[in-house]
Design a protein around this ligand. Structure first.
Ligand SMILES: NC(=O)c1ccc[n+]([C@@H]2O[C@H](COP(=O)([O-])OP(=O)(O)OC[C@H]3O[C@@H](n4cnc5c(N)ncnc54)[C@H](OP(=O)(O)O)[C@@H]3O)[C@@H](O)[C@H]2O)c1
Length: 349
């Protein structure tokens, strides 16, 4: 089968196999994985969602490191191709989405049935690959951790990116007043079309003045919840907009700079700081992840959230998708779609 293999750490925007510098190579004869237990399922992969974390993994800068070489992993969607004898939740032909730390940038993957989520009828299977990480993280943060309520003011940084746009949509579903922060006219116009209450264009000025003038017109005191996948100077400035009792959701550091949140100010203003790492919720609180993904898939089926895919690429073109992430061009999600294999292997255990 075809699979995208990381041979060494390095810049994934170099075309695979093009030179010694390329950390990635496309294998066309990678072994198809066998079922590993009576409750395992083999999935024919349709689509993979590229996350910023995937980019950091290849660079060797992600918090979790996998032994080299490895097939890249991320969230994916596909169709059940074979099932172990004790599988009860799925049958051949069912549509699923899931997350895998490694192994999903390939035509097939094997997973335990409890790791898979059924994609409801009517939902686009390609788009469903983006649900677990981006939407799962934002749902976990806003619903499970912050318990975001109707009419609270939510400030989303990096709002046009993968997790940011998910946070914007989940904020609207919860009835919050959503302020979105992004860089450039295209991203800001897009966010307005998504129904945000106010959008800040960082290419035209800082966050403080724009948000303060919006809050003043709406007779609002400040921000109740800030969702931060960016960090750095932007988070430092955003702290000046927070209400007494505000909640800070620490999601990531796309700016490359970990922000300092002064404990003395957090004390005086009664702020709550939540560190949110979706990846290890799967291990520590699997029930929370399950409830959250089921709710998100039901919202997707009812049209309450929509997955905006800026572009999709083939496995061989993944370096172009990484380039879009590196150049901050992505609006919503950039996806990898996988060609159907020429021959379908017979099921085996
Ligand atoms: N905690 C978790 O469980 C979890 C889960 C998923 C992702 N994350 C983290 O969240 C962050 C965003 O992930 P994502 O998948 O949403 O990425 P993404 O789609 O690439 O979005 C990142 C956004 O950050 C903004 N940004 C600001 N400074 C940047 C810089 N120097 N380089 C690149 N982007 C910059 C960009 O917006 P503008 O260009 O508009 O400023 C961009 O839209 C990453 O750090 C990722 O590791 C954490």
């Amino acid at each position: 089968m075809e699979a995208l293999v990381c041979r060494k750490h390095g810049d994934p925007t170099n075309p695979p196999d093009s030179s010694e510098n390329s950390p990635l190579s496309v294998s066309t004869s990678h072994p198809i994985p066998n079922l590993i237990s009576p409750t395992s399922v083999r999935v024919r992969i349709k689509s993979i969602s590229l996350n910023y974390a995937t980019y950091l993994q290849v660079l060797g800068k992600y918090q979790e490191k996998f032994p080299l070489p490895f097939v890249l992993g991320s969230d994916y969607s596909g169709v059940v191709e074979s099932v172990g004898p004790n599988v009860t939740k799925f049958k051949i032909g069912d549509r699923i989405c899931a997350h895998a730390g490694v192994g999903s940038f390939a035509q097939y993957i094997v997973a335990e049935e409890h790791e898979l989520y059924g994609v409801p009828d009517g939902c686009d299977l390609v788009a469903a690959a983006a649900i677990p990480v981006a939407y799962g993280t934002s749902h976990q943060a806003l619903v499970h951790r912050a318990n975001l309520k109707s009419d609270q003011v939510l400030l989303v940084l990096g709002a046009a990116g993968g997790v940011g746009l998910a946070a914007v949509q989940i904020g609207k579903v919860r009835g919050a007043i959503v302020i979105a922060v992004a860089r450039g006219t295209e991203k800001v116009e897009f966010l307005k079309s998504m129904g945000v209450d106010h959008a800040v264009d960082l290419s035209k000025g800082g966050v403080i003045e724009s948000v303060k003038s919006f809050l003043k017109t709406k007779k609002l005191k400040g921000v109740d919840v800030v969702y931060d996948p960016v960090g750095g100077k932007l988070m430092k400035e955003s702290m000046k907009l927070l209400n007494w009792g505000a909640q800070i959701l620490v999601i990531g550091f796309a700016s490359g700079e970990v922000p300092v949140i002064p404990a003395n100010i957090a004390l005086v203003k009664n702020w709550t700081i939540h560190g949110v790492y979706w990846g290890n919720y799967e291990t520590n609180r699997p029930g929370v992840v399950e409830d959250s993904l089921k709710e998100l898939l039901s919202w997707l089926a009812r049209g309450l959230i929509t997955i905006y895919m800026s572009r999709s690429y083939k496995l061989q073109e993944a370096y172009l998708a990484f380039l879009e992430i590196k150049d901050r061009k992505v609006i919503g999600k950039v996806m990898i779609t996988v060609d159907d294999p020429k021959t379908i292997p017979s099921s085996r255990l």
